[in-house]
Design a protein around this ligand. Sequence first.
Ligand SMILES: [Zn+2]
Length: 115
Amino acid sequence: MTNFNWCHGPSCHKSHTVDRVRGVKGSKVLRTRKIKTSNWNRGNWYNYFCGNRCYDEYVNKHIEQVIAIAPRTECLETPINDPKRTTNTYTYGMNDEYSYNRTETKIEVDETRQS
Ligand SMILES: [Zn+2]
């Protein structure tokens, strides 16, 4: 078993960075980045992609196949209690000389209606 993956970004090997330069003088190449597997990246996309750009390019290129793995054909719902709106006054400054009101809505999951 290898302890690394090649970055899956479709154009990783086209980015002009010095860390991708490989080969002997006269036949240099830009090479796909190698990603070392570790406890830090195991089980997440950092194990397969060197960065957000490569991840985005891969997902955008293969999005239909990715979605086909686990398609969402209907919405999901989380039961909640009726939301409570409260207006609180907050103060700030050295001597609380300034204040402002802020209306907040508290949303709580209704544990009695969980399936
Ligand atoms: Zn990459």
